[in-house]
Ligand binder design. Structure first.
Ligand SMILES: Cc1cc2nc3c(=O)[nH]c(=O)nc-3n(C[C@H](O)[C@H](O)[C@H](O)COP(=O)(O)OP(=O)(O)OC[C@H]3O[C@@H](n4cnc5c(N)ncnc54)[C@H](O)[C@@H]3O)c2cc1C
Length: 610
């Protein structure tokens, strides 16, 4: 399964045993146990009456909607024109994002399939969100929050739930000199941007970079939601330089479980502020807006695309060894991000982005590696001519410019009336409405790049690639980043393993749009299980060389056994304390979110002692 940005990107992942103790047992919620509780389902007599729903509708200015499930048209008649139209639209992440009843991943074999909520509050502001939060709490409902809808883990959908849908909260305000509320005495004014909870990264980049000439650290995929990405840590192509997206959060407005609209920043509710920076989406409250740092934009960004195939296993191992050493010498710094893919067919595909140099400098830098490859023409073949390009950083997300200079790299929203600045990277297209088979990630510590460890790393990568394709996402590990980026990341809830990792390894498998009950588009369960096992075996090979495995919460295994330790490491106990303070009754539940161990897998039943 592929994913790319300007060029290509990949992604992949697995599951498996733990090499560390399960700290979830060490960091138990200190609160006394509560009686068991079951949230209300739509079939229950205590489900709110039509009159109650009507009252909520009035409170939110008519913004309460009964959620439709677009795929229902395909389940009843897959050959119908309306179904074909929907299937065609499923290639478009903007269409998917506009449906309160859909998510960008349609499901995951043996884990979850997307299900619509019964009702959604299509929120316009924090007051609408507060009304939804109060209604859900008072009526004992399962509450869900959805922004961009990109959760791989299915945490932004649930049947029998009330959805807070932020899609239309898309205001963007630039600030030349922002000071977080209450921080006048301690914080110097700085450029910033305030983004409504429904803003997606493409809209943020359009405002901040294309129009504003600045830089905001966000995600690679253009249709990912700002609020969801920030709360999970968040990496973009240039995170090796600018750091974690969460570390750029200056202030959030958030509705907590008690229905209060709170400001969270370094000076006001600092504990909540810290938890929102990487503690996981949908766990601490519903964020209504975020204000992020705006940074100086680099003059140029560039890309390197290489595809090298080795003639034998031995030659491939030598190629990997050479690349590991070349990476350590030349690329292990804040100029280089994005990915390399190590594939079972003995090919190495490199899709990396750089900043702070031009294509001439980049060409010179890559010359020794390309010369080494060229020395053995019978052993190594370049599957396509190498591409090394650079261009003005300001135009990276400028759809008109990219259309003219790099046609095909961005795919426009093809619906009539769509904004001309709405587009997604061609390489991300494979992931729209995908159905996952397996997905795992693991941070690889920079110590593996030391000369006496490079052989071990090479062997593990080779062994892993015998099972499944391995993606190394260099921008998703902060080793090699500037000290201020690392310090800022240390002050987030993200697993500290990110600080010393040179890359995040991702291994994943899945298929294009598939959903149970749609004839011709049923998920292939047998293939799913087989490929999930291969993904797991591939990740196992990497686990052998990583003493304390840790995984990026947003891009991780649904079945992760010791998820508390894996996603948050030593930060988990502190996150539990924040959860207990702001959401003691567990109104905000997501699969493998902070505090979710107190609930059944579907979030409907509080377990005894929870
Ligand atoms: C195709 C694809 C590409 C991706 N690329 C990247 C990438 O480049 N870098 C990266 O770091 N990650 C990436 N991810 C992972 C992505 O960043 C996370 O899944 C992120 O949480 C998605 O946010 P969202 O709003 O789009 O998704 P949603 O599914 O809407 O939300 C994700 C989680 O956040 C919660 N949430 C959303 N909005 C709010 C809110 N306002 N208040 C409280 N909780 C909220 C939801 O309840 C859910 O639990 C990618 C995922 C996909 C599917």
């Amino acid at each position: 399964m592929n994913r790319r940005t300007v060029l290509k990107h990949l992604a992949a992942i697995p599951l498996l045993p733990r090499l560390w103790p399960d700290l979830s047992t060490l960091a138990q919620n200190p609160l006394p146990s509560k009686p068991s509780l079951r949230r209300v389902r739509s079939s229950d007599p205590s489900w709110p009456s039509p009159a109650s729903w009507e009252k909520l509708k009035q409170k939110v200015g008519g913004q309460l909607i009964a959620v439709q499930f677009p795929l229902a048209a395909c389940q009843s008649a897959s050959d119908s024109a309306s179904c074909q139209d929907i299937l065609n639209n499923l290639k478009n992440p903007y269409y998917v994002g506009d449906q309160p009843g859909l998510t960008q991943t349609l499901g995951w074999a043996d884990a979850w399939v997307t299900k619509p909520s019964v009702y959604a509050v299509a929120a316009r502001d924090a007051n609408d969100i507060a009304a939804a939060v109060n209604f859900a709490r008072e009526n004992n409902l399962r509450l869900v929050v959805k922004g961009g809808g990109h959760s791989y883990q299915g945490t932004s959908n649930a049947p029998d739930s009330l959805l807070i849908w932020t899609r239309h909260m898309d205001d963007i305000t630039m600030h030349p000199a922002f000071v977080p509320q209450g921080c006048g005495a301690t914080h110097a004014p700085q450029p910033a941007v305030t983004l409504g909870a429904g803003v997606i990264w493409m809209h943020a980049y359009d405002a901040v970079t294309t129009k504003g000439g600045g830089y905001v650290q966000g995600g690679g995929c253009t249709t990912v939601g700002v609020a969801g990405l920030i709360q999970s840590g968040g990496f973009g192509s240039f995170s090796k330089h600018y750091g974690l997206a969460a570390a750029g959060l200056l202030e959030a407005e958030v509705v907590t479980a008690d229905g209060k609209i709170r400001i969270a920043n370094a000076c006001t509710n600092p504990d909540l502020f810290w938890a929102l920076k990487g503690g996981g989406g949908g766990s601490f409250g519903a964020v209504s807006k975020v204000t992020l740092r705006v940074r100086e934009l680099a003059t140029s960004f560039g890309a390197v695309v290489l595809n090298i195939k080795a003639a034998s296993d031995d030659a491939y191992r030598r190629l990997l060894r050479q690349f590991v050493s070349f990476y350590r010498e030349q690329l292990f710094n804040d100029h280089w991000g994005e990915q390399a893919h190590i594939k079972p067919d003995n090919s190495l595909s490199i899709n990396m982005l750089f900043h702070g140099m031009d294509s001439e400098q980049a060409t010179k830098l890559w010359k020794p590696f390309l010369d080494w490859v060229a020395q053995s023409p019978r052993v190594y073949t370049l599957k396509s001519p190498p591409i090394i390009v650079s261009g003005p950083a300001r135009h990276l997300w400028d759809v008109d410019y990219m259309k003219e200079h790099h046609p095909g790299s961005l795919v426009p929203d093809f619906r009539p009336g769509a904004r001309s600045s709405d587009a997604w990277w061609a390489g991300d297209g494979d992931q729209v409405a995908q159905f996952l088979y397996g997905y795992e990630s693991q941070w690889l510590p920079a110590s593996l790049l030391e000369s006496d460890s490079q052989e071990r790393l090479t062997n593990a990568l080779f062994a892993s690639s015998r099972h499944w394709q391995v993606g190394l996402h260099f921008n998703k590990g902060l080793a090699g980043a500037p000290a201020d980026a690392i310090d800022a990341a240390r002050d987030t809830a993200t697993n500290p393993a990110v600080l010393d990792a040179f890359a995040l390894a991702i291994i994943a498998a899945g298929e294009g749009h598939a959903y149970p009950g749609i004839r011709g588009h049923e998920p292939d369960v047998a293939a799913a299980r087989e490929q999930a096992a291969a993904v797991a075996q591939a990740m196992d090979e990497l686990r052998k060389i990583v003493p304390h495995a840790a995984s990026y919460v947003s891009e991780s295994n649904f079945f992760e056994p010791s998820w508390q330790q894996s996603f948050w490491g030593s930060n988990y106990a502190r996150l539990q304390t924040v959860k207990a303070k702001y959401d003691p009754e567990g109104l905000f539940f997501v699969h493998h979110g902070v505090g979710s161990e107190d609930w059944s897998d579907d979030g409907f039943t509080r377990l005894n002692g929870g």
